[in-house]
Every structure is written in structure tokens, then in C-alpha cells.
Write a protein that binds this ligand. Structure first.
Ligand SMILES: Cc1cc2nc3c(=O)[nH]c(=O)nc-3n(C[C@H](O)[C@H](O)[C@H](O)COP(=O)(O)O)c2cc1C
Length: 392
């Protein structure tokens, strides 16, 4: 297996040396292409010594005389990995610019592209960067999301290069074509719902939809035909996943029941509002001196309805509980007629709503349970499918 490792001009460029070694340990022949800015941080000599291969830096480099290296390398690669990927390089890749060797090589490549962004949190949040990431992901690139934390510039937020094992796992998964779920239909609900109070206000929750997106991504990589019924979530979906957008719990219920017909696996990862506002006002409620009373009526139990309507499917629910006591999740599983329930203790830091990491306890109908480590949501999703496939 051949990997081209593109290194761009981030302070995290030094970590690409470890990545090159780990990719080699995983069985790849690694050839490195550095941008001009990357060479301010790391050297060609470092990567040539590590990989035993020549590096590319300039568009007109020709390690083999008379051969166009950008085409040769693009053709020979099984995967192109850009790590760290700067905001500049991501934006150039999204725009289809080929103004240096790395971007030209990416333009010439038809191979899977894995991108691991690393940058200052403001640069990451910039609309241009976010739009580029969304576009690149839509085109099929695999984004290994940066982590939250303190970054080198002294700020705190999302922008730290993902861990090397996480990038290697994403690369391995991208190149290995799994067929375990080939021909299987997977339907996932994801994200929060919004329950309108009037035409401009709503009740919602902290769900980002990251877990639902990760579950969809992992199922897609296992070869499944994946549909997600998604509330108004911020997390992106990879291309290849069919996404049906909804807003309220009732809309999610109606669309999920239609989408789930004939499904083999149904996963309820959405954080569905338990109630909607029965006395919803049209227009905009005006401030008065009086108390305002909202009447909340129960929403349909979507996962229970999905389980009842699809007896042939393996139906798994999610339960965000502010406790590590699994008996609550177990009771839910029984009441709703599920195959299993994935419980996460949202009272603990780093798991549950709007975090990049999670830790799941998967409880089965017969009372057994298995627990994951605290991991990234993508790793957690892979673990989830491994467990479900073992048991179903
Ligand atoms: C000390 C230093 C650290 C930098 N770190 C980053 C970084 O982590 N991520 C990023 O997107 N840009 C970073 N930059 C800015 C890029 O190096 C700059 O945008 C450059 O043009 C990127 O070129 P490239 O994408 O071709 O590598 C840094 C600049 C300096 C001077």
C-alpha cells in the first residue's frame, strides 16, 4: 500500500514525522510532499531519512527524470493524507487550486483523501474554512476533526491536530473496503429537535449530532446503505450518506417511520425533545408584565414506534442519563422493545452532548452489557458497530 503524506505549514508539522512512521508501521510505503510553508517547520532531510523515499516540494520536482511526479505519485497512491492541513491548504483544495506540488498532486489524484486540519481556533471557525471543509467532505474527503484544547498560540478551542492513532485509524479505514454491512439498510436519527414556542423561538437541547454523524460514517465505511433523519445539527455528514432534514420531533417521527421501512438496523441517536409546546403562538410573542405559561405536551416516542413498526430490524436506542446506573437504560430498553441501548453518563466530563469524545455502555435485552473506553466519537462509533455486529 502506498500513501502520499502531504505536510502543510502548521506548527503541528513536526507531528507528521510520527505519523509517517506510524503509517509505515501499518504497512504503507510513505512518500512525503511538503509545502513551502511546511519547510519553515520541518525539513526534507527529516522525511527522506525517515521514509527512505524522496520528498516532493516543488511543482517541477522530478525525482525520476522525464516523469511528471505529480501524476506518477497520484497514480501510485492508495491514499493521500494531508496532515497537518492548514486553513490555507484546505481552502486551496476546496477551490481546486493547483499552485504548488501538494495541491497539484491532490488535483491529479482520484484516490481517497484524508485531511487532518490543525490551526488556531479562529482560523478553524472562519466561514471560509468551515465552507471548505463542508465542500471537501461532500466531495468524499475524510476529515479527521481537530481536537479542542490549548493550542500553540495560547488560545483555547478546536484546532489541535487529531491524535496520530486517530489519523492512522482513519487512513486504514479509508483504504480498507469492508463489506460486512454491504446490502444492509441502516437508518439513523441524529441531532437535536426544535420545538417552536412561536415563529421565532424554540426549545431545543445541547446535541451537536456528532455521535449520529460518526455512526453514519462508520456504517458507510462498513458498506451499508445509510440514511440519516437529522434534526438541526451542526455536525457534517460524509458524502454517500442520504440525509433527510427535519426540525421537530413530530417531523422526525413521521419521516423516520417512512425511511425505516425495510431497514436492517435502526439507530436512534437523536436527542429528541420529550415535549412540544401545545400553546404555540403564530407570529412573535410580545413581552408583557404578566407571567407566560407554556403548556408542554408529550412528543411521540420515536424509537419505540420504530421498533414496533419494524419487528425484523435490529433497533438500538441511545440514552443520555445523568448517572452511571445502567438500570434506567435497561428499563427503557424493555419498555421500548429494543435490541440494545447505548447509555452515556452525561454527568461525566467528555461524554455525551456536544463533546468530541464519548464513552458508551451498551446494554442488551438479556441484561448483559459491554463498556467502551473514553474515545473520540468516530472511534466510539466503530466500537459500537463492532459490538452490534458481534451480537446481532
Ligand atoms: C509560527 C506559525 C505557525 C503557524 N501555524 C499554522 C497552523 O497551525 N495552521 C494553519 O492553518 N496555519 C498556520 N500558520 C500559517 C500558515 O503557515 C500560512 O497560512 C501558510 O501560508 C500556509 O501555507 P501552506 O498551506 O501552503 O502550507 C502558521 C504560521 C506561522 C508563522
Amino acid at each position: 500500500m502506498n500513501a502520499v503524506l502531504g505536510v502543510s505549514g502548521s506548527i503541528a508539522a513536526y507531528r507528521a514525522a510520527d505519523l509517517a512512521r506510524e503509517l509505515m508501521r501499518a504497512g504503507f510505503t510513505v512518500r512525503v510532499c511538503l509545502t513551502d510553508a511546511a519547510q519553515e517547520f520541518v525539513s526534507v532531510a527529516l522525511f527522506e531519512a525517515l521514509t527512505g523515499q524522496p520528498c516532493l516540494i516543488d511543482t517541477f520536482d522530478e525525482p525520476e527524470r522525464g516523469r511528471m511526479a505529480h501524476i506518477d505519485w497520484a497514480r501510485a497512491a492508495d491514499v493521500v493524507v494531508v496532515a497537518p492541513a492548514t486553513a490555507n491548504t484546505l481552502n486551496r483544495l476546496a477551490a481546486g487550486v493547483g499552485d504548488d506540488m501538494l495541491t497539484t498532486l491532490c488535483l491529479a489524484s482520484t484516490r481517497p483523501l484524508v485531511l487532518a486540519p490543525a490551526m488556531n481556533p479562529q482560523m478553524y471557525l472562519h466561514e471560509a474554512t468551515q465552507a471548505s471543509l463542508a465542500l471537501l467532505e461532500e466531495r468524499g474527503a475524510v476529515i479527521v476533526e481537530p481536537l479542542e484544547g490549548d493550542v500553540a498560540c495560547g488560545e483555547s478551542g478546536q484546532g489541535k491536530l487529531a491524535s496520530i492513532p486517530e489519523i492512522v485509524a482513519a487512513v486504514l479505514e479509508t483504504v480498507s473496503v469492508s463489506t460486512v454491512l454491504k446490502g444492509k439498510k441502516v437508518v439513523i436519527t441524529s441531532g437535536p429537535t426544535r420545538e417552536p414556542i412561536d415563529d421565532v423561538r424554540y426549545i431545543t437541547n445541547r446535541s451537536s449530532g456528532k455521535m449520529g454523524s460518526a455512526l453514519a460514517r462508520a456504517a458507510l465505511r462498513l458498506g451499508a446503505d445509510v440514511t440519516v433523519v437529522a434534526g438541526p445539527q451542526t455536525a457534517r455528514f460524509p458524502s454517500g450518506v442520504s440525509v433527510l432534514r427535519v426540525e421537530t420531533a413530530q417531523e422526525m417521527h413521521d419521516l423516520a417511520l417512512t425511511a425505516a421501512k425495510g431497514a436492517d438496523y435502526i439507530v436512534g441517536a437523536a436527542a429528541v425533545a420529550d415535549y412540544h409546546v401545545a400553546n404555540r403562538t403564530s407570529g412573535k410573542l410580545r413581552r408583557t408584565a404578566e407571567n407566560l405559561e407554556l403548556v408542554l405536551s408529550p412528543n411521540p416516542d420515536i424509537i419505540a414506534a420504530l421498533a414496533a413498526a419494524n419487528p425484523g430490524a435490529t433497533v438500538i436506542g441511545f440514552a443520555a442519563e445523568p448517572t452511571s446506573d445502567l438500570s434506567v437504560a435497561q428499563a427503557k430498553l424493555k419498555r421500548k422493545g429494543l435490541f440494545a441501548i447505548a447509555a452515556n453518563d452525561v454527568s461525566q466530563a467528555g461524554q455525551g452532548f456536544d463533546t468530541d469524545t464519548n464513552k458508551l455502555d451498551l446494554v442488551f435485552a438479556d441484561g448483559r452489557s459491554v463498556s467502551s473506553e473514553m474515545m473520540s466519537k468516530n472511534q466510539c462509533a466503530r466500537w459500537f458497530w463492532d459490538q452490534i455486529l458481534k451480537e446481532s
